[in-house]
Design a protein around this ligand. Sequence first.
Ligand code: NAG
Ligand code: NAG
Ligand code: NAG
Ligand code: NAG
Length: 672
Amino acid sequence: MWVLQGTIFLLFCTLVLSDVYLHNPRGSNNRLDENTANRKNNNRLFDSQNNNKGGYNTGDRFSSEGGSRPERFYSMQYYGSGPSSSQEGSKLMVEWTNQHGCGSDESKLLCNLVIQYMCQSNGTHEDYPRGNGGRWDDVEERTLYMRDGTSTDTQKYSEPRKGESDRSYSSRMEKNYEDNSDYKEGLHETVYWYDQCRYREANGGLFTADQDLKKDKVGYVTASRTRQNNNGDRSGYECPEERDYFPYWQPTMQSENLDRFQRTPWIDLAWMGDKSKCNYIKQNSFNRQSKWRCVLSRDSDERPYGRAINEEDCEEEGGNWVEFVSFLEVLTEVTSESACKAEQRKGTRNKIFWTKLRSDDSKEYCVVQAPEITCDEAPWTRVNHLGNSGDSKSADSSRLEVELPYFPSGEAKRCTLRLRYNITTADYDPWTTDSKSNDDDDVIENNPEVDVLENGDELQLALNTAQTGRTFQDRSHVFVVLPRTPEMSNKRIYNLNVRGKRGNIVQTFPAVEYDFIPDKLEVSREDLVHVQWTGSNSHDNNNDGDDGQGKGGTDRHNMLQFRSLDENYPVKISQAGFWDGVRSLTDPDATGEDIAVGLATSGYYCAKRETGKCPSKLTSSRKRNLDDELDNAPASYFGHVLKFTKSGTLLYMCSRNNNFSNRSQKGKLIVK
Ligand SMILES: *[C@@H]1O[C@H](CO)[C@@H](O)[C@H](O)[C@H]1NC(C)=O
Ligand SMILES: *[C@@H]1O[C@H](CO)[C@@H](O)[C@H](O)[C@H]1NC(C)=O
Ligand SMILES: *[C@@H]1O[C@H](CO)[C@@H](O)[C@H](O)[C@H]1NC(C)=O
Ligand SMILES: *[C@@H]1O[C@H](CO)[C@@H](O)[C@H](O)[C@H]1NC(C)=O
């Protein structure tokens, strides 16, 4: 019987992959730039539990593939929010599909969604890790610098063993930093974070049903194993226990001290689920609440983190129970409490205060904390379906408009956004059932056979206890949050982007076909709109087909005015009246017509004539003509931040991808 159950369990593990897919910002589902329909490595950066076919490639800057050169890839660049909390939001429409339903009294399961992000100083091109240089700078860059990478391999790791001495600890970690963290491979969490996870005891209070979690090489079950991940598999440097539970009980610091890039912990943006839990979620979100962990030593040659997850065991282990505060950034230039208070007076979006980053620090800093997590109901979706939400009158997929962070330092940051979708059965109360009910068949057991007929003929239920609570995940590629320019102050910024990838509806699934997002946007004349898109040159689905216009495997977009949403002919630029009332904040010399030329050619011609931001080289007559399907235009375009001098409505379409009866790519922008 035991053997049989084992077999069933394996089947479940390999076949029942289900899903949450992030469509804007583009979710990677662990893809990098592969030219296959399936991603190559489902453990590249995180554990998604998704189907191999989902996800979008990282963007390419030019009309050819980025290959092994990171500077040839394109990261989306959004302007951040401003310091005040209401009028200065920079708005990004997060859009996703989730497969098992959520968000209604009719929901057939318990569920919640969590959105978080992690950032660091972007630095300059020189900071991007390169090669295997042995200087501390190089090592630091390889171990800390968040990146998409240029290879689909997973970072390597060497794990602690039972009774590891400080000496072996420090030589093992040296290897993890110097050799195992590879510059070619993507990096979200750091190896420092994962090593803590592989040493810290698993939370023994959690309900693991009848799942048997095996001991790790350290001699006990660590946080790298959970009911869902009982074999201790590693995905990037993500900690499985932290992945499965939210709010997590440990600080999610990615390095021991404030590092050169100011790597933040995970910052909580939004939780969507049962609203009666909102107080609990807010009170336990790390954004504004300290978290504690066991610190063994602050000497760099000794193990810094303990095994214990509570104060009593930590003291027994010879450690110190230390309080950590979360930070969005630390204003190192601000060196006094009064100057720090002055920073807070500039706006209420963030909390800015003078404090120690950890209670065993001697020094205090001016610490910036992100806004409190927002908490609301989840969008209503039905089960067994990756489609639109029942809440949306305009039949959109599940969406949440979020505001990007504001960094008072004025530095550019690189960040990644993470979406988790968590489903639980209500056969037991997940909020009150704990380890006391483990192995209790009356609570739940693996794939039970039930005697409903009461005659001994049993019926088989398919209930895998490893998955009666299950978390799915998707993450964005790295994107950059730019500081605002002075002209943007007191303005809302709406990000207008493109979702989808090349292929027809079957070939792209479970990703989606092209569309503008948001494809209907209504703003006031005071607002700003940043039009920007990114695409790949290697979205080739191999033999699975990549229908679409232009060169195989390539994404291209443009934006042309047209007359009526149900028509398909664009109007000539000289007659496209909307642009008369438009100027660019990012290229003040550009006329409306210049902007229209840039958007029509995806930046192949940056303007009709030379402007401040458009050197004559780009309009030179020696440049080859634009390909009629944009093949020689860049796959990604930073576009313009538009400001408006008149009200009006722009109906726009993409000339390449819009293919009547096969695919539509059109949008509407109303300026009131
Ligand atoms: C961000 O960093 C990359 C290098 O990774 C660099 O090429 C880019 O110019 C930087 N962007 C900004 C706005 O600082
Ligand atoms: C998922 O839900 C369970 C309760 O049903 C909770 O214990 C766990 O923390 C949640 N995990 C995440 C990532 O939301
Ligand atoms: C429109 O799409 C169909 C199906 O993908 C394709 O066969 C056809 O060639 C496309 N039309 C153009 C003008 O590219
Ligand atoms: C749409 O696609 C079909 C084939 O799937 C093709 O026969 C038709 O010509 C396409 N329409 C256009 C405008 O190309």
